[in-house]
Design a protein around this ligand. Structure first.
Ligand code: BGC
Length: 813
C-alpha cells in the first residue's frame, strides 16, 4: 500500500520535474549544475526553483557559515556511532541532523562518510565507520534513513576508495575488482538498496586510472545502471576538472562556485558540439528531482510533508556517546567506580575535551561538557582532584577561550566598513559570508582587536594561522609585520598547516593585555571563491614535563582511583593529511605508566577518533575508549564511570600496534597507491597474517555478564538466545560470523554476516533473530563480472567478538 503510494508520489514529482526541465534553456540548465558560491546552487525563479543549500556533515550541520556565532549540535564521531552497532540509533542521529539542517536552511547534508578503515593511518579514519563493509552499510543505512525521514537529502561520500589523505586530489588508487566490489563499493551499494539516498558525492581520487568525477563505469554503469541510484551526483569540493569529462562520466553538479567546469563552459561545450545536451538534461533532471524531494521546486510535493517529532540534541548526543564508549579492559571490577571513593582526574583532555575531528567535519557546538566539568558535578564535594599531567598540545593552538577579540573591516582608505565577531580569535568567512555592510570589492584589511587575559603567569607565545600579510601587536609592541606563504600545494593548506610562533610575551595571570592582528585581504588568482580565513594562535607557558608527571602521580597516589584521559590533537587526526604513527602525542604514555605505578586502580580513558597504541594497557586496571565523544562527551563519561549507565560500544575496527598492522601503506608511489592486499583489510588481514591485535574487532565489555544459551539455524536465519547472568540490566551485541567449511586462500578466514542488539534485565533471557544476507555467501567473480553464490558448508558462530565465539553450528547452503 505504502509502496503504491510512494510510486504515485514519485510519478507526480517526475511529471513536475519534466515540465520544469522543458521550460529551461541551455544557459539556465548549465548554470543550475554549477555552485553559485561555496554551498549552494542558483535559484531559477522562472520555474519556481529555490536555491538548494548544502552543508557538512557528518556529526552535525555546520550551515553555510563557518563560525561559532551560529552553533550546531555536535554528535560523537562516526567511529563512535559505528561502535554502538545500532542502526536504529544511527537513524535517530539522522532525525536530529535533519532537524538541525532545517533550522539552518540546509537541504542537503554532505554526509555520511562510508569509506572504509583500510589503514589505521588514514587521516579521516575518525570520519568513517568501520573496517567492515557490512557494519558500515548497516550504520550508513540507518543514518541516511533518519536524515531523509526529516525531509533532508544526504550525499553518501566519497564515492569511492577515498580511504587515505596523502595526495588526495590526484592519487590513483589501484584496486582489484573483487576488493572494489566486496569491500569499498559494498557500503554504497547497501545504502542505495536499503535507504535510497538522494545524493552521492564523488571523491577527489582516481580509481584504476580515471578520476572519480569522470568515472563513467563506476558512476553510470554501476551506481546508476546496476544499483538504480536516482539521486544527484555532486563533486567533492574543487574535484571536477574537465567539462566534457565530468559530464560524460555522469557528474551532475560541480561544487563549489561561482567558477566551475560547468555553468558557462558547459553551455559553450554543447554549442561547440563537444558535449551532448541530452546529458545536460539528464543531470538537470537529477537536480530537479532532488529539489522536488526536499520541497524547493514549486508544484512538487516534498517526500516528507510532516516532519518528525522534535529531538533534544544534547540528550541524544549524550546517549550516543555512552552507548559508543568501548570498555576494552576492566580488571578487578575497576569500573564502575565505587560510590564515595575519591578520584584523581588527570590529563589535559580531561579539562579541554577533544570532542570532534578536524577538517570539513568541524562544527561549532554551543557548549562542550568536559570530563572535569561533568565529574565535578557528579561527585560529592571534595571527592575529586585534578592534575594536568601532560599536555599533548605541544604546538600553538587556535580558539583560545582567553581571547576577547572583534573583527574590524576597513577599506583601502582605512575607513571602517563594518565589524564582526571573532570567537576564539578565528575568522572563517567563506564566499559572500561577510559581516553586515562589508563586501569583497571594498574590503582591504581585517583587524582582530581586543584583549588576551592569561590564566597563568609566564611566557605566552602567539602565532598566526593563515596566508598573506599580517601585523601582530601585543601590549603595544609589534612582533610581526610580514607575509606568510603556503607550504606544499594543497589549496586547503590554510586549514591544516601548523601556525608558526611569531611573538613571545611575558604576562601575568589575570592581567589583560591589548592584542591586535591585522590582515591585508588578497584573493589569489585562480581560486574561484573569495575567502577570508585566519586566526590568532596561542600557547601558554609550558612547564617542565617531568614535574607535571610527578605531580599527577602524586595526586593518583592520594586517591582511591586515578582516571587519566589521554588524547590525540588536531595536528594528529584531521582531514588533509595521514598519520605518521599511532603513538599518543607528547609524554602521555610516560604519564599513564607513572600514574599506574602510583595507583593500581588506574582507569585510562582514550579520547581519540581512531586507533592509537596503548603500550601500557596491561599495566592499568581499565581502558575505556571514548572516541571523539561530541559536545556532551564529559557528561556521558560521568554517566559511565559512576555506573549510572554501562558503556555500550563494541570495536568497529581492530585496535593494534602499527608494527603489527597488516595494511599500512597510504603514501602513493609515482602517483599511484596499489591496494595489493586485495580483500584482506582490517580483521580479515590480521587473521590472514596470523597476528594478534591489542583488541579484536567486535570486542567490548559492559557492566553485566552474558551466557549464550542456544543457536538455531533454519535456512539462513539464525536464532540466538542469550541470558544476562550478571547483576544489572544491560545490552549485548550478538555478532554472527561465517567461516567457509573448507579453508579457501582467496577468502577471509571468517567475516561478519549479521548482528543484533539484545537487552535484558538481570537473570532474564532474550532471543534475537539474525537474517544472513545472500551477499554474505557471495564473492565477486572477476571473469564473469557477476556475483557468485558460493555453495557448500559454513561454520556459523554466535560471538561476542571476532575471536570470542560462544556457540557454533554448521550450515549447508
Ligand atoms: C571534503 C568533503 C566535504 C567538502 C565540503 C572536502 O574537502 O573532502 O568531505 O564535504 O570538502 O566541505
Amino acid at each position: 500500500m505504502a509502496e503504491t503510494g510512494n510510486a504515485r508520489a514519485d510519478a507526480a514529482r517526475e511529471a513536475v520535474v519534466e515540465a520544469a526541465l522543458r521550460r529551461l534553456d541551455l544557459d539556465a540548465k548549465a548554470r543550475l549544475l554549477s555552485g553559485q558560491d561555496m554551498w549552494s546552487l542558483p535559484a531559477l525563479p522562472e520555474i519556481g526553483l529555490a536555491s538548494l543549500v548544502m552543508s557538512d556533515g557528518p556529526i552535525g550541520v555546520r550551515g553555510v557559515r563557518w563560525t561559532a556565532d551560529d552553533p550546531s549540535v555536535a554528535l560523537p564521531s562516526p567511529t563512535a556511532l559505528a561502535a554502538t552497532w545500532d542502526p536504529e540509533l544511527a537513524r535517530r542521529a539522522g532525525v536530529l541532523l535533519a532537524q538541525e539542517a532545517r533550522r539552518k536552511g540546509v537541504h542537503v547534508l554532505l554526509a555520511p562518510t562510508v569509506n572504509l578503515h583500510r589503514s589505521p593511518l588514514g587521516g579521516r579514519h575518525f570520519e568513517g565507520y568501520s573496517e567492515d563493509p557490512y557494519l558500515t552499510g548497516r550504520i550508513g543505512t540507518g543514518y541516511v534513513t533518519g536524515v531523509q525521514s526529516g525531509g533532508v537529502a544526504t550525499t553518501v561520500k566519497h564515492f569511492v576508495a577515498n580511504d587515505a589523505e596523502t595526495d588526495r586530489f590526484t592519487v590513483d588508487n589501484h584496486v582489484g575488482e573483487r576488493a572494489l566490489r566486496e569491500l569499498y563499493l559494498a557500503p554504497f551499494e547497501a545504502i542505495v538498496a536499503h535507504a535510497r539516498p538522494w545524493g552521492v558525492m564523488t571523491a577527489y581520487n582516481q580509481v584504476n586510472g580515471t578520476t572519480m568525477t569522470e568515472h563513467r563505469h563506476l558512476v553510470r554503469e554501476v551506481l546508476r545502471g546496476e544499483w538504480g541510484f536516482d539521486g544527484v551526483n555532486v563533486s567533492d569540493w574543487t574535484a571536477a576538472r574537465s567539462t566534457v569529462g565530468a559530464l560524460t562520466g555522469g557528474l551532475d553538479v560541480a561544487m563549489p562556485g561561482p567558477v566551475t567546469v560547468y555553468g558557462a563552459p558547459l553551455a559553450r561545450a554543447v554549442r561547440d558540439g563537444e558535449a551532448d545536451e541530452s546529458a545536460v538534461d539528464a543531470a538537470v533532471r537529477n537536480v530537479l528531482r532532488l529539489a522536488a524531494r526536499v520541497g524547493v521546486l514549486d508544484g512538487a510535493e516534498p517526500v516528507v510533508t510532516e516532519v518528525p517529532e522534535p529531538v533534544d540534541g544534547a540528550d541524544l548526543a549524550r546517549e550516543i556517546a555512552r552507548r559508543a564508549f568501548v570498555l576494552v579492559r576492566n580488571e578487578r571490577g575497576a569500573l564502575p567506580l565505587t560510590a564515595g571513593a575519591t578520584l584523581a582526574l588527570i590529563g589535559a583532555a580531561a579539562r579541554e575535551a577533544r570532542v570532534l575531528g578536524g577538517g570539513s567535519a568541524t562544527v561549532f557546538p554551543a557548549r562542550i561538557v568536559s570530563p572535569l566539568d561533568a565529574l565535578t558535578a557528579a561527585l560529592p564535594d571534595g571527592a575529586l582532584s585534578y592534575a594536568v599531567g601532560a599536555d599533548p598540545d605541544t604546538e600553538l593552538a587556535v580558539g583560545s577561550r582567553d581571547l576577547t577579540l572583534r573583527a574590524v573591516c576597513r577599506d583601502a582608505a582605512g575607513d571602517v566598513l563594518g565589524t564582526g565577531t571573532a570567537p576564539g580569535g578565528q575568522i572563517q568567512w567563506l564566499g559572500s559570508d561577510l559581516p553586515a555592510g562589508v563586501r569583497h570589492v571594498a574590503l582591504h584589511t581585517v583587524e582582530l582587536t581586543g584583549t588576551f587575559t592569561p590564566r597563568e603567569s609566564g611566557p605566552h607565545t602567539f602565532g598566526i594561522k593563515g596566508l598573506g600579510a599580517f601585523t601582530l601587536t601585543v601590549g603595544g609592541t609589534t612582533y610581526y609585520d610580514d607575509v606568510q606563504r603556503p607550504s606544499g600545494g594543497d589549496p586547503f593548506a590554510v586549514f591544516f598547516d601548523a601556525p608558526v610562533p611569531r611573538a613571545q610575551v611575558e604576562l601575568t595571570a589575570g592581567e589583560p593585555v591589548d592584542v591586535s592582528l591585522t590582515h591585508v585581504v588578497t584573493h589569489p588568482r585562480g581560486v574561484p571563491l573569495k575567502n577570508v580565513i585566519f586566526a590568532l594562535a596561542h600557547q601558554g607557558p609550558t612547564r617542565d614535563p617531568d614535574e607535571l608527571i610527578a605531580e599527577a602521580a602524586e595526586a593518583a597516589r592520594g586517591a582511591d582511583t586515578a582516571v587519566v584521559v589521554v588524547a590525540t590533537t588536531e595536528r594528529v587526526e584531521s582531514e588533509g593529511f595521514d598519520r605518521q604513527d599511532l603513538r599518543l602525542p607528547g609524554r602521555q604514555d610516560d604519564l599513564v605508566r607513572a600514574v599506574a605505578a602510583a595507583n593500581p586502580r588506574t582507569v585510562v580513558v582514550v579520547n581519540s577518533g581512531s586507533p592509537v597504541e596503548l603500550p601500557w594497557r596491561d599495566e592499568v586496571a581499565a581502558v575505556l575508549l571514548s572516541w571523539f565523544p561530541g559536545q556532551e562527551g564529559g557528561a556521558a563519561l560521568a554517566d559511565v564511570l559512576t555506573g549510572a549507565h554501562e558503556p555500550g560500544g563494541r570495536l568497529p575496527t581492530t585496535w593494534g600496534s602499527l608494527r603489527d598492522a597488516p595494511v599500512t601503506r597510504v603514501v602513493p608511489e609515482h602517483g599511484a597507491l596499489a591496494y595489493t592486499e586485495g580483500v584482506f583489510i582490517g580483521y580479515r588481514a590480521w587473521e590472514k597474517a596470523g597476528r594478534t591485535p591489542s583488541y579484536a574487532f567486535g570486542h567490548g565489555l559492559g557492566y553485566t555478564e552474558w551466557t549464550y544459551e542456544s543457536l538455531e539455524v533454519e535456512g539462513t536465519t539464525a536464532r540466538i538466545r542469550v541470558r544476562n547472568t550478571g547483576a544489572r540490566a544491560g545490552r549485548e551485541v550478538v555478532q554472527v560470523y561465517l567461516a567457509p567449511g573448507a579453508p579457501d586462500a582467496e577468502r577471509p578466514a571468517r567475516w561478519l554476516a549479521g548482528f543484533a542488539g539484545a537487552e535484558a534485565g538481570p537473570g532474564e533471557s532474550v532471543e534475537v533473530t539474525v537474517d544472513l544476507p545472500r551477499r554474505a555467501f557471495e564473492v565477486w567473480d572477476e571473469k564473469a563480472k557477476a556475483w557468485e553464490f558460493v555453495k557448500g558448508s559454513y561454520e556459523i558462530t554466535a560471538s561476542r567478538s571476532l575471536t570470542d565465539h560462544r556457540l557454533a553450528a554448521t550450515i549447508n547452503v
